[in-house]
Design a protein around this ligand. Structure first.
Ligand SMILES: NC(=O)CC[C@H](N)C(=O)O
Length: 190
């Protein structure tokens, strides 16, 4: 199994290290040819405006959008979740527009730009796992019945799945916990 990690900007190496710890082959996706022959792709955190602009210019966006629509498993963390969303409440930009969610950027307020919370995520872990939020978005609205909510923090939806698409507002790659990466690899195996 070979998993791509979109490598434009942001938390790339942390995802790669987690994937390697689970024994899978990885590829840093920097150009559209890197999307060939992958079994899944992770869109890491960072700055969605920057990542969105670059993938739009280098041709990754159109090709990736087509692959996701054809069923390629994808997991967006934080900025990656913003890239997947069909709607962004507080931004005029749109990126891949594949997942039936509306997100709000930087939604946890300026006083708590970053925090860690332990919570149970349905289907991922039966015990609370540490969730790291960094200037995180949350899912402000679910746009279709096709989307399943996997977890909430403080009444805000922070993890969801729609078929081959997984979105988390937080960063499992910044903790020692591998449960989320295992869950995604399971999606990639099916
Ligand atoms: N850690 C992150 O990925 C932050 C996301 C960033 N605030 C954005 O809007 O793109």
């Amino acid at each position: 199994m070979k998993i791509g990690v979109l490598s434009i900007q942001g938390g790339v190496i942390e995802h790669i290290n987690h994937l390697k710890a689970l024994g899978v082959q990885t590829i840093e996706v920097k150009k559209k040819e890197d999307l060939d022959d992958i079994d899944g792709i992770i869109l890491p955190g960072g700055e969605s405006t920057t990542i969105g602009k670059i993938i739009s210019e280098n041709g990754i966006k159109d090709k990736l959008k087509k692959l996701i629509k054809e069923g390629l498993p994808v997991w967006g963390t934080c900025a990656g979740m913003i890239l997947l969303a069909k709607e962004i409440k507080n931004d005029t930009r749109r990126h891949l527009e594949v997942m039936d969610i509306e997100v709000e950027r930087n939604a946890f307020g300026s006083q708590i730009n970053s925090f860690i919370e332990n919570a149970i995520i349905n289907g991922v872990s039966n015990n609370p796992i540490p969730l790291v939020f960094i200037r995180a978005p949350y899912i402000s609205r679910i746009l279709s019945d096709d989307v399943t909510i996997l977890g909430s923090v403080g009444g805000k939806i922070v993890a969801a799945r729609q078929r081959n698409m997984l979105a988390t507002a937080f960063h499992p790659e910044l903790t020692d916990n591998l449960e989320f990466h295992k869950y995604f690899l399971d999606m990639c195996q099916k």
